[in-house]
Design a protein around this ligand. Structure first.
Ligand SMILES: O=C(O)CCC(=O)C(=O)O
Length: 244
């Protein structure tokens, strides 16, 4: 299978009606502000503070919960894991116009409790080279690579790898292994590039979503943020600047 060889695969997940429904659902989450108990993060851009990520939204949005925990998306995650999958975490990366990109990393060090995960990027808006689509390395998902102090891939390793941009139309999905190296550019275009990223693990290893969020919130509370970058993850891969 393409995924086993390369560590990624693109699927056609949503038809045009479903794309409109997804865009409407993400518009809703984006407009919640502090009225809902999800996890929102902001970044400073040249146009001012903007929302850059929402996590922990499935308890508050039936439509997105259904999309990520039932039907085709869960079935594909199960196929790629080779057994029944369960949702481990969910995030929306907004990458609004002027939003920052991510340094080269593998997700595995950011996902405790379990070694093997599969994630996907469901494009909410078209994801292009101009607005900062994902860039990946094929066939490099066999091991954890050498890391720098931010738990991102060491620059000497990054330079030796062949990076490939994966442009997606809204509604297309790119699946990737938690060891697949990936990165993305800043959004220097005038178009927003929103994407949904669910992550799954094998149900046999446990339903760990609440444990993951409990640990993440504890870690964020323990370590007050230093430096200029916004911390979104248990690793420091995001280049977005803090809103002060
Ligand atoms: O959305 C992007 O551009 C990259 C996101 C990413 O690598 C991450 O959230 O770990």
């Amino acid at each position: 299978m393409h995924f086993d060889l390369t560590g990624w695969v693109v699927t056609e997940t949503l038809n045009s009606t479903q794309v409109e429904e997804l865009q409407h659902a993400v518009d809703e989450v984006q407009s919640w502000g502090s009225s809902v108990n999800c996890l929102n993060h902001f970044e400073m851009t040249k146009d001012g503070a903007k929302l850059c990520r929402t996590e922990y939204f499935t308890p508050f949005h039936e439509g997105l919960k259904k999309l990520l925990t039932k039907g085709e998306v869960l079935a594909m995650a199960s196929t790629l894991l080779g057994e029944q999958a369960v949702l481990y975490k969910e995030k929306i990366n907004y990458k609004l116009s002027g939003g920052a990109g991510w340094n080269p990393h593998q997700d595995a060090p950011a996902y405790p409790f379990i070694n093997r995960h599969v994630s996907c990027m469901i494009a909410v808006d078209d994801s292009t080279i101009e607005n900062g689509c994902l860039e990946i390395v094929s066939g490099a998902h066999g091991e954890l690579l050498a890391m720098d102090k931010n738990s991102c891939i060491q620059s000497s390793v990054v330079e030796a790898m062949k990076w490939q941009p994966i442009e997606l139309r809204a509604g297309q999905t790119m699946w990737f292994h938690s060891l697949t190296p990936h990165r993305s550019a800043d959004n220097k275009s005038d178009n927003d590039r929103r994407a949904l990223y669910p992550t799954f693990n094998a149900l046999r290893e446990g339903d760990l979503r609440e444990d993951y969020y409990r640990l993440k919130i504890e870690e964020f509370e323990k370590h007050s943020q230093t430096g200029d970058e916004v911390r979104l993850s248990l690793i420091d891969d995001f280049r977005g600047k803090k809103v002060k």
